[in-house]
Structure formats: structure tokens, C-alpha cells
Design a binder for this molecule. Structure first.
Ligand code: ADP
Ligand code: MG
Ligand code: MG
Length: 210
């Protein structure tokens, strides 16, 4: 079974930073439609700082330490609602594997579940509220049901389901976050956080593919 070591996750976080840069204007445009138009900007500011941290990563940083660093950086640098949510996602995910230098695929699934649980605890959103949870929650269910013998297939199914979950936010009325203020007028627009979420998680898959 493939092991996910520090090098794998550093590579995945660098891909996430490149993704945040590449899709900054797209995410900002989505947030402009139903929020305050800063989601891409927020994420790009946060991940630029993540790259700086990765460039200076101490040799003794293990996987849990890496996730803690990334989470704290996002918490510190990304403003708004998404900063604390993404920040605690990565911090809680890392805490699941404290003391381990490599993690198994089952560990990775536990990490992601813990991260999503913390988004839910902090944000108090439910499935169908038109938030990033609408991509994470169905995606996680698919990931957990997938065959652990083939992590690449499992991560592919995870990301595909997350993307579908993001598509499924389009007809929803927002019940959380800034978009909530629009009520019915939020219908017909994709939730920006659901889009950034699946695109960031896609980096775990791309790094595995190499
Ligand atoms: P802000 O709304 O403060 O400007 P961002 O624009 O960076 O922050 O992020 C907005 C995204 O955050 C939304 O698209 C949504 O996916 C997510 N979000 C907002 N509130 C919540 C919540 N309570 N639970 C889960 N996700 C949320
Ligand atoms: Mg915003
Ligand atoms: Mg904002």
C-alpha cells in the first residue's frame, strides 16, 4: 500500500498554491456573484505565504507538523470565513497523525474526515446549505467507501464526487455565510468555497499520479 510521506504532502501543498494562483480570478468572480468578491484573493494571499513557509521548512518537520504549519498560515493570512475553516481543516487533519513520518491511505482518510468534521463544528453548516461542505461531505463518503487497495482510484472517485457536489450547489439557496443574505437570489450560482475545495483536494490526486 502506498505511503504518504512528508515529501508527498509538500508536493501536494505546492500544487494547491499553484491552483490557488491559477484560479484566483475565477474564485473571486464566483464570490462576486453571491458574496463580497474576495475568495480567490483570500486564498491566493494565504497560499503565497504557505509557499514561503515550505521554502524554509525545517528538516525535522513531520507530516503532522507540516499540516499544522499550513493550517496556521491559512488561519493567519486568509481573511473572512474561509480562512478559519481551511485553517482548522488542515490543523485537525494533521493532528490525526501526530508523531508519524508516513501515513497510510487509511490514515489519510481519517485525516480528511477529521478536517471536515472541524469545518462543520466551526461553521455549523449542514449538507445543502450551499457551502464547501456540499462538496466535502459527499466526497468523503465516497472516499471512505472506496477500496483501500487502490488509492489512486479512490482519490479519483473522491474528487469526482466533490466536483459533482460543487455543481449541485448551483440550484441551492444559501443558508450560511455571506451568500445567505441574498436568499433566493443566490439560486443559479455556484458556491465559491465548494469550487476551491474540490480543486485543492484534486492536488492530492495529481501529486499521487506524479
Ligand atoms: P468571506 O465570505 O468571509 O468573504 P471567503 O469569500 O473567502 O470568505 O469564503 C466564502 C466561502 O466560505 C463560501 O463560498 C463557503 O463555501 C464558505 N463558508 C462560509 N461560511 C461557511 C460555513 N459556516 N460553513 C462552511 N463553509 C462556509
Ligand atoms: Mg468572500
Ligand atoms: Mg470577505
Amino acid at each position: 500500500m502506498a505511503d504518504f510521506d512528508r515529501g508527498y504532502f509538500v508536493g501536494a501543498f505546492r500544487r494547491m498554491a499553484a491552483t490557488a494562483e491559477e484560479h484566483r480570478d475565477e474564485w473571486t468572480k464566483l464570490d462576486g456573484d453571491i458574496g463580497d468578491g474576495d475568495h480567490g484573493i483570500n486564498m491566493s494571499i494565504g497560499f503565497r505565504e504557505v509557499v514561503k513557509q515550505l521554502d524554509a521548512l525545517p528538516d525535522d518537520t513531520d507530516v503532522a507538523g507540516l499540516f499544522k504549519l499550513v493550517g496556521m498560515t491559512l488561519l493567519r493570512k486568509v481573511g473572512g470565513a474561509s480562512g478559519p475553516l481551511y485553517g482548522s481543516f488542515f490543523m485537525k487533519a494533521g493532528a490525526e497523525v501526530a508523531g508519524q513520518s508516513e501515513v497510510s491511505f487509511d490514515d489519510l482518510r481519517r485525516m480528511l474526515r477529521a478536517g471536515v468534521d472541524s469545518i462543520q463544528q466551526r461553521g455549523k453548516a449542514e449538507l445543502g446549505d450551499k457551502t464547501m461542505l456540499d462538496s466535502y461531505l459527499p466526497g468523503l463518503d465516497v472516499l471512505e467507501a472506496a477500496d483501500a487497495a487502490d488509492p489512486q482510484a479512490a482519490l479519483t472517485a473522491f474528487v469526482d464526487r466533490m466536483r459533482q457536489g460543487s455543481d449541485d450547489t448551483i440550484p441551492l439557496v444559501a443558508k450560511k455565510g455571506r451568500a445567505m443574505r441574498l436568499g433566493e437570489r443566490s439560486v443559479g450560482h455556484r458556491d465559491p468555497g465548494s469550487q476551491s475545495s474540490w480543486m485543492l483536494m484534486n492536488c492530492l490526486l495529481d501529486e499521487l499520479k506524479g
